[in-house]
Write a protein that binds this ligand. Structure first.
Ligand code: AR6
Length: 172
């Protein structure tokens, strides 16, 4: 499995599956979620609504898979990151963030996805400290049990700070 780093917009990358940093409603929002729904078109929202109607909301740390609509990908894997509060809750929040990556990868393997792109889940609206989130994201992907089933994991950083953090961690 290769890990690659890219600075830019995840809606523009050509991979088998793009991961979305969604919220529990699965019905869209701002940030990367808004960008994916805008560019992917209404097929994604319709698929999310179907999932809502059958299984209800998506829990934090869990993931669901839909069509990628008009995006240059076969699937969007929607996962819900934790809102960061820190303090006593930090341990749990870190575990939930790791679960996002693991559960997205499990779904990817199940759907024979070979190339997958992740945004920096929870580091925007959900305020997870970027350095901590980057370490968790990279370590979780590297330690994923079925990682040999995936050919390429692309971390797509939208902002300079995340990009530099990932670059440093991946170098060492
Ligand atoms: N491509 C890649 N990364 C992006 C893009 C993009 N087009 N746009 C933003 N980012 P956020 P969260 C980065 O807030 O913190 C939504 O409203 C951004 O720089 O999108 O998990 C959902 O509906 C940041 O580093 O997601 C939820 O309600 C990262 O994506 C809530 O926000 C995550 O920022 C989820 O919050």
């Amino acid at each position: 499995m290769k890990i690659e780093l890219l600075k830019g917009d995840i809606t523009k990358v050509a991979v088998d599956a793009i991961v979305n940093a969604a919220n529990s409603s699965l019905l869209g929002g701002g940030g990367v979620d808004g960008a994916i729904h805008r560019r992917g078109g209404k097929a994604i929202l319709e698929a999310c609504q179907k999932i809502r109607n059958t299984q209800g909301k998506c829990k934090i740390g869990e993931a669901v898979i839909t069509t990628a609509g008009n995006l240059d990908a076969n699937y969007v894997i929607h996962t819900v990151g934790p809102i960061y509060n820190g303090g006593e809750k930090e341990r749990k929040e870190k575990d939930l963030l790791a679960n996002c990556y693991t559960n997205a990868l499990h779904l990817a393997v199940k759907h024979s996805v070979k190339t997958i792109a992740f945004p920096n889940i929870s580091t925007g609206t959900y305020r997870f400290p970027k350095d901590k989130a980057a370490k968790i994201a990279i370590a979780t992907v590297q330690n994923f049990e079925n990682i040999n089933e995936i050919e390429k994991v692309l971390f797509v950083c939208f902002d300079e700070e995340n990009y530099n953090l990932y670059k440093e961690i991946l170098k060492s």
